[in-house]
Design a protein around this ligand. Sequence first.
Ligand SMILES: Cc1cc2nc3c(=O)[nH]c(=O)nc-3n(C[C@H](O)[C@H](O)[C@H](O)COP(=O)(O)O)c2cc1C
Length: 324
Amino acid sequence: MKLPPLTIGPFTAPIPLIQGGMSIRVSTSALAVPVAECGGIGTIGGSSIPTEDLKADIRKAKSLTKGIIAVNIMYAMKNFYNLVMASIEAGVDMIITGAGFSRDIYKIGRETNTPIVSIVSSPAFAKLAEKMGAAAIIVEAKEAGGHLGTDVALRDLFPSIREVVRKVPLIAAGGITNGYEMAELMDKYGADGVQIATRFVLTKECSVSDAFKQTYLNAKKEDVVLIHSPVGMPGRAIRTPFAEKLLRGDDLKAKECQFKCLKKCDHYYCISDRLIKAHDGDIENGLVFTGENVYKMKEILTVREVFDMFVSQAESVYKEPVIS
Ligand SMILES: Cc1cc2nc3c(=O)[nH]c(=O)nc-3n(C[C@H](O)[C@H](O)[C@H](O)COP(=O)(O)O)c2cc1C
């Protein structure tokens, strides 16, 4: 059966799939545009890049597609509001926020007619986000990549949030690797759509270095670890030599704060620096964020191939949801 579209505020994506935002230039317009062209929602990772660069990338994306372009901005960023306002000024369609909770963002959304999508990992925050005016809510579970707000698995967490969110679309995120799982989350668990990130790193269009993609392709299950992040939340990463140092608790104190990027930082090491290193191909010294199921993905595809695979698998099994 055909998958239903996903409507968030005034925007309708023909395919109910959001490509998860990945900061430090992992998801730029290079990835978001083909995703939007395929009928999903393409998300530019907006944290930790200069405001002018973010604006230029959003404008570029908007000029290249009539599809939906979102930006993901982490609340933990010191310049959160600047990034939000700059994104709106550049014409982004919607703002997705995670890694912390902002009450003021909903007011900005109302004043500028910009849908605000909140990433949450608990029923309490989901309820609050819906009450404050979120246009959609993303449930991000422990299988996700990047910073994690919970240690609860998606299929355990999602039902507890589905029970309390009734008015706005609810999207499932974390560890989804194929269309069968997409259909399962939609028809059995009542998700209105899914958010997927790790699968999109392994695409031709994703602009990370080849070494970054090879690290994904070579990862085994036991290579995926949880590390300490100066953001104050655990992060999921691949066991690189630098991640080993974190796991051992080596003394890494960042000598100078180059980026001054976070509202609160414990300065154990500089996360922006380490993520940039990995993005650029220095896997030895870099931090490679990933979702838990990276080891299940063994090929680099085009974004179109990922969409075709997800949609054909999902539609081969998708039925009317049992939860309304
Ligand atoms: C490399 C990488 C970077 C990420 N960066 C961010 C980010 O900046 N902000 C955010 O809210 N989520 C971030 N995430 C989480 C994703 O947007 C997404 O919700 C999650 O990874 C979904 O799980 P999956 O990767 O298993 O599909 C990141 C994930 C990865 C793999």
